[in-house]
Structure formats: structure tokens, C-alpha cells
Ligand binder design. Structure first.
Ligand code: NDP
Length: 286
């Protein structure tokens, strides 16, 4: 856990699910006076025993500290929890996962109510919170003044990565990375399915999968995702058919690959050699 802090800063935290509870424990361990609120009061009991003050309602939690952190289910729950609560003069940090548009709308909403607003996207799971060596971090964007005022406190649970004053950008980075992860997990799921019934050393296979995908991620970023002359798209699309035939031979569904391969085929058919435009908007759409 994080070392105790020389400069205790009061923090209010609304939302004590798996993530909120982990955040709460990190701030308590660092010596920051913490006030918590949760819709289901029972979830606050253990934290009360660990030194947190428990507010009776959201208004009480917000009133207790200048820095107010939200870690709720979704944007709709933020609306519900903060309806009618006086936010004037507060610094609101929203760690609830949302879309870029929700981040921007929430920033305008907070500003109308006299609060400074910072949106956050958590790139960690609860066991990584308060464990710096685990490598988790949080993207932040919005009010630079509010972020700088609270940077030290915000760095307690996990690393803080500032991505600019557009309040939608923390969510944009968060969702972009999660989307990349989804594709990676889909590919890895398919890869494991291919070898499942074969005599393959699972540990060695896992190591190869990790190092190969990391190397290819570097190669992708280096070219900006463009296929280029070294690995032109037509050759890649032809290679995809070997992947599909292998899947059929191994009795594995190709559902996790089909959409991506279809886009590549279409791009080859349209004579567009650059893989980077694979997801361009269909012509005629806004
Ligand atoms: P949980 O499901 O464990 O907790 C959800 C929290 O939201 C609870 O405190 C719940 O209250 C509260 N809540 C839900 N709906 C409402 C509502 N209508 N009004 C008031 N409170 C409500 O989720 P997590 O703690 O894991 O996630 C919280 C946020 O953190 C999410 O936005 C999630 O995407 C994000 N996050 C989570 C990660 C994870 O691995 N857990 C990773 C990265 C981000 P109650 O106890 O009363 O049900």
C-alpha cells in the first residue's frame, strides 16, 4: 500500500462498489481524511471501521470535502446521485466510466453548478489500486487547475496521466484502449481455441502469444496501422484465407475474425491499399 501522506487532504467518495472500495482503502492508507457515501449503506460499514466518515446522503458527502470523487456505475447513476446537490465551489472528479460525449456534457453540467470538473478513465482493476508496481493508471482530462490542485491525492490509488483540457478525452483514451484490448482478447480467444485439442505446451504458448502480440503492437504503431509495401493488404487478405481454413480444420468458429477480414477484403476490392482507413465512415454518412 501507499506510504502515508504528509499533507492530508480531505476527500469525499461517492460509490463503494469493487472499484470505489479499493480507491477508499488507498486514500485511507495514505492518511487522507475520507468521507464516503454509498446507495446501499451496508457497503460503507467495513470502511467506517477502517477510519472513513460515512455520510448519510450524497449532499452530506459533497459538503464534507472540497475534492469530491465519483465512482458509480454509469452516467445515469451520477445524475441520480447528484440531483439537487449543491456543488458550488467543489472540485468534482468523475471516475465513473462513460463516453467522451458524456464527459463533455458532465463538464458543462458541473460548470453550470459552479464546480470545476475533471473526468477520469481508470485503466486498472481493483487489485491494482494502491499497488504502484502493478502498473495501473487513470487518464484525466478537463479542468487543468483542478487537476493540478489535487494531483498528489489523485496519484495515490494509481498513476495519473493527464490527457488535456478537453473533458471528453479521458473517456476517449480509456475507450480507445479498451477497444484495442477487446480485439486483442478476441484474437487470443481464437488462438487458444485453435490449439485447445492439440499437444501444445500451454505455458510456452502463452509466452509466445504475449511476446508476439507485443512486438506486433509496436510494429502497428510504428506504421500508424498502414499496411505498406512490406506487408501489402492484398497479401494479408490472401493470408487470412489460410487462417480461416485452419480454423475450419480445427473445428473452431471464425466469428471472432470474420468482421475484420471482411473489411480487409472490401478494401482490397476497392483498391484501397492502406489498412489505416479500414474503418472510414461509409460514404454518404455524417
Ligand atoms: P460495482 O458494480 O462493484 O459497483 C457499482 C457502484 O455504483 C455501487 O456503489 C452501486 O451502489 C453504485 N450504483 C449503481 N447504480 C446506482 C444508482 N442508480 N444510484 C446510486 N448508486 C448506484 O462497480 P465498480 O465499483 O467495479 O465500478 C464502478 C465504476 O468504475 C464503473 O463506472 C466502472 O466502469 C469503473 N471501473 C471499474 C473497473 C473494475 O474492474 N471494477 C475497472 C475500471 C473502471 P450499490 O452498492 O448501492 O449497488
Amino acid at each position: 500500500m501507499t506510504n502515508r501522506n504528509d499533507d492530508p487532504t480531505p476527500v469525499s467518495l461517492l460509490g463503494l462498489g469493487a472499484m470505489g472500495t479499493a480507491l477508499a482503502r488507498a486514500w485511507l492508507a495514505a492518511g487522507h481524511p475520507l468521507t464516503v457515501w454509498n446507495r446501499t449503506p451496508a457497503r460503507a460499514r467495513a470502511l467506517a471501521g477502517e477510519g472513513a466518515a460515512v455520510a448519510a446522503d450524497p449532499a452530506g458527502a459533497v459538503a464534507a470535502s472540497g475534492l469530491v470523487v465519483l465512482c458509480l456505475m454509469d452516467d445515469a447513476s451520477v445524475d441520480e446521485v447528484l440531483a439537487g446537490v449543491d456543488l458550488a465551489g467543489k472540485d468534482l472528479v468523475n471516475l465513473t466510466t462513460g463516453t467522451p460525449a458524456e464527459g463533455r456534457a458532465r463538464a458543462a453540467w458541473a460548470e453550470e453548478r459552479g464546480a470545476r470538473f475533471v473526468d477520469g478513465g481508470i485503466m486498472a482493476v481493483p487489485p491494482m489500486i494502491g499497488v504502484p508496481e502493478a502498473g495501473g493508471y487513470v487518464f484525466y482530462s478537463g479542468s487543468a487547475e483542478a487537476f493540478e490542485a489535487h494531483r498528489a491525492v489523485l496519484e495515490v490509488p494509481a498513476g495519473a496521466r493527464w490527457v488535456g483540457t478537453d473533458p471528453g478525452h479521458a473517456a476517449l483514451y480509456d475507450v480507445a484502449l479498451l477497444s484495442a484490448m477487446s480485439g486483442l482478447f478476441a484474437g487470443m480467444t481464437h488462438a487458444y481455441a485453435l490449439v485447445r485439442d492439440e499437444k501444445v505446451d500451454a505455458e510456452r504458448f502463452g509466452e509466445l502469444l504475449t511476446s508476439w502480440t507485443a512486438a506486433m503492437a509496436h510494429a502497428f504503431v510504428a506504421t500508424g496501422g498502414a499496411a505498406g509495401e512490406d506487408s501489402n493488404l492484398e497479401m494479408q487478405a490472401a493470408g487470412n484465407r489460410t487462417l480461416l481454413r485452419t480454423a475450419a480444420g480445427q473445428g473452431v468458429s471464425t466469428e471472432l475474425l470474420d468482421g475484420y477480414f471482411r473489411l480487409m477484403d472490401r478494401q482490397v476490392a476497392e483498391g484501397e491499399p492502406d489498412a489505416v482507413v479500414l474503418l472510414r465512415r461509409p460514404s454518404g454518412s455524417a
